[in-house]
Write a protein that binds this ligand. Structure first.
Ligand code: 5AD
Ligand code: FES
Length: 367
């Protein structure tokens, strides 16, 4: 992947890190740092900004990837509808609710429900029913984030009323041209932006994010992504490195993919996002771990404060591979919990069990 950059090499890292409001070219400069000493300095600064604004506590969201049936055909995604080599599955209500109850009993505080995209009435009712059941079974105490793609305002409202209070909808790239390269022509960039507004108007804590290191993307594009998050007044960010999936068109453009470079770029983007947006929640995406076994923990050290351990039954995980080399396919939820806890503690971080860990940015904007 080549990165074209017009940044001014005379910029001074220490000076920029002391500033409060960073301009586009300064953001681009930080993203383009290449000297390992400078990059380390960036990560340490971002970690300090995290401690000052949201503390060093890590919040967990147990992720339940409940179906890979999808009506969309995104060019980068392993479960796109035209991939015929995926065994399609749909967990039933009991399995989903049980996974959520497991997360509750294990003090995770919150879950994320994610699936391929569908918008048929049956699916909308199914999700609504599950949200209500999880709320009832956990005494209204389990936080619920959903990540179920583009829907109508009415659907967002129904799911909100049923108990979901946070929604993740990645913009994937804030550049309309890159967006249109990543998606078939029936996907509209503007519609996705509209959905973010509907979500906010409904009352959700709104999360978005991008893929980092998409073929053809520049540092300037990533700087614009960050400014997009700021402009949209986003509460939470879930973003991770792009990783090719061998059965997708985007993988053909990915050229000589380098895991190390991709990981560093993902971490730099987390760090700069923390520095610029301060009090939002930022997830250390699983894609970081696909590139390096402790990639997610590195994400925490670069400014992330959320981890989303998988709590779906292992028998479904193999069929939910959005990209190649997805980690933790065989470890069950209990194994994931103890492995993750040990790793996070080993990094000197603390896990805040049993709390929702709402976005402080959301709280501030609702005052
Ligand atoms: N590499 C990295 N992230 C991916 N996603 C989908 N496919 C890939 C890939 N090949 C991400 C998208 C989507 C989220 C659920 O997973 O950003 O929004
Ligand atoms: Fe899944 Fe360790 S985080 S096995």
């Amino acid at each position: 992947m080549t990165y074209i950059s017009n940044i001014n090499n005379n910029m001074n890292l220490n000076k920029i890190l002391k500033k409060n409001d960073l301009k586009r070219d300064e953001i681009e400069f930080l993203l383009s740092l290449s000297d390992p000493v400078d990059i380390q300095k960036l990560f340490e600064h971002a970690y300090q900004v995290k401690c000052n604004n949201v503390s060093n506590k890590v919040y967990l969201r147990g992720i339940i990837e409940f179906s890979n049936i999808c009506i969309k055909d995104c060019n980068y995604c392993g479960i796109r509808k035209s991939n015929k080599n995926v065994k399609r599955f749909q967990m039933d209500k009991e399995e989903i609710v049980n996974a959520a109850v497991w997360a509750y009993e294990n003090n995770y505080g919150s879950v994320v429900l994610q699936s391929g995209e569908r918008c048929d009435p049956e699916f909308i009712c199914f999700v609504e029913d599950i949200l209500k059941a999880i709320k009832a079974k956990t005494d209204n105490k389990l936080g619920i984030t959903i990540s179920l793609g583009e829907q109508t305002k009415e659907t967002y409202q129904r799911w909100f009323t049923a108990g979901a209070h946070r929604y993740l909808l990645r913009i994937e790239s804030s550049n309309p041209e890159i967006y249109s390269r990543l998606h078939p022509s029936d996907c509209s960039f503007q519609e996705r932006v509209n959905c973010l507004s509907y979500l906010r108007a409904t009352g959700y804590q709104v999360g978005t994010g991008v893929m980092i290191g998409i073929p053809g993307q520049t540092f300037a594009n990533l700087a614009d992504d960050l400014l997009f998050f700021q402009e949209q007044d986003i509460d939470m960010i879930g973003m991770g490195p792009y990783i090719p999936h061998h059965e997708t068109p985007t993988a053909d453009e990915a050229g000589n993919f380098n895991s190390e470079t991709q990981l560093t770029l993902g971490l730099k983007m987390i760090a700069v996002t923390r520095i610029v947006l301060k009090n939002i929640n930022i997830a250390a995406a699983t894609a970081l771990q696909a590139l390096k076994y402790d990639g997610r923990e590195m994400g925490l050290k670069a400014g992330a404060n959320i981890i989303m351990p998988n709590v779906s039954d292992t028998k479904y995980r193999e069929s939910y591979q959005l990209y190649d080399n997805k980690p933790c396919l065989d470890e069950n939820s209990t194994q994931c919990k103890s492995c993750l806890t040990n790793r996070v503690l080993g990094m000197g971080e603390e896990i805040e069990f049993g709390k929702w860990g709402d976005s402080l940015h959301f709280k501030a904007r609702c005052k």
